[in-house]
Design a protein around this ligand. Structure first.
Ligand code: PEP
Length: 257
């Protein structure tokens, strides 16, 4: 068993007040309890520096919700990997379904983001998953395979070395619904075996997270699915009590090594 990674995706939520009311107590809690899970906070980009100054000297790490495919230049409104590194960001979400949907990000564009993040020695978190329609059509594996293949096509066999894949059924995000546990287990085995086969290695050198309506009530059962290496949490990460419960429970499923 490896330690669980818990990623808090704040999406378009946050304020300097929320940093004090939510992040500060999380830091205090983590400092005064033996929390073994790896915690990554992904706030809106404008708060990254403030989060950085607050979590310095803690075990909490910072994630970014987005990045541009260019390093610099005339790209108004964009943020580069070097800028993220400048404020100690270690992880970057790539291909979140909300960016695929609302910003029309397609597989090749997402693969380019994944590549620039990896080339910068940051860790990309590739979000994949099927829509409700695809789910009902039994297309989940086909969609996951397609989204994973687009990364292999651009980066080659070692694409997923030291990266994170987050399987997030689009229909489970923010809906309060999650797939049946047997289904999740089956998809995780599929993703793991598919990536291992493509990269021609027996050793699993990447991590696979589950995301989509993770909360304080289902986290214990999800932790029992050994194939899940961690969780991407949206709305429940914006409530102090709910998030602390999630951290406490995931930590019980980590090993101290
Ligand atoms: C997400 O945004 O990736 C997510 C999983 O959100 P929620 O937990 O709210 O479903």
């Amino acid at each position: 068993m490896t330690n669980k990674i818990v990623i808090a995706n704040w999406k378009l939520n946050g304020s300097t007040t929320l940093l004090q009311d939510l992040l500060k107590p999380i830091i205090n809690f983590v400092n005064s309890n033996k929390i073994l899970s790896t915690i990554i906070i992904a706030p809106p980009i404008i708060y990254l520096y403030q989060v950085y100054s607050m979590i310095m000297n803690t075990n909490i790490m910072i994630g970014a919700q987005n990045v541009d495919i260019h390093l610099n230049g005339a790209f108004t409104g964009e943020i580069s990997v070097d800028m993220l590194k400048d404020v100690n960001v270690r992880y970057v979400l790539v291909g979140h379904s909300e960016r695929r949907l609302y910003h029309h990000e397609h597989d090749l564009f997402i693969a380019k983001k994944f590549k620039i993040v990896k080339d910068a020695k940051l860790i990309p978190i590739l979000c994949i998953g099927e829509t409700q329609e695809d789910y009902h059509a039994g297309m989940t594996k086909v969609i996951c395979k397609k989204q994973i293949d687009s990364i292999f096509n651009l980066l080659g066999e070692q694409a997923f070395y030291n990266t994170i894949i987050a399987y997030e059924p689009v229909w489970a995000i923010g809906s309060g619904m999650i797939p049946k546990f047997d289904f999740i287990k089956d998809i995780f085995c599929f993703i793991k075996n598919y990536v291992l086969k493509k990269q021609n290695l027996n050793k699993k050198l990447f991590s696979i997270q589950y995301g989509g309506s993770v909360d304080e009530n289902n986290i214990k059962k999800l932790c029992k699915i050994v194939e899940i290496d961690g969780f991407l949490v949206g709305s429940a990460a914006l409530s102090l009590n709910r998030f602390l419960k999630i951290l406490t429970i995931t930590s019980k499923y980590c090993t101290n090594f």
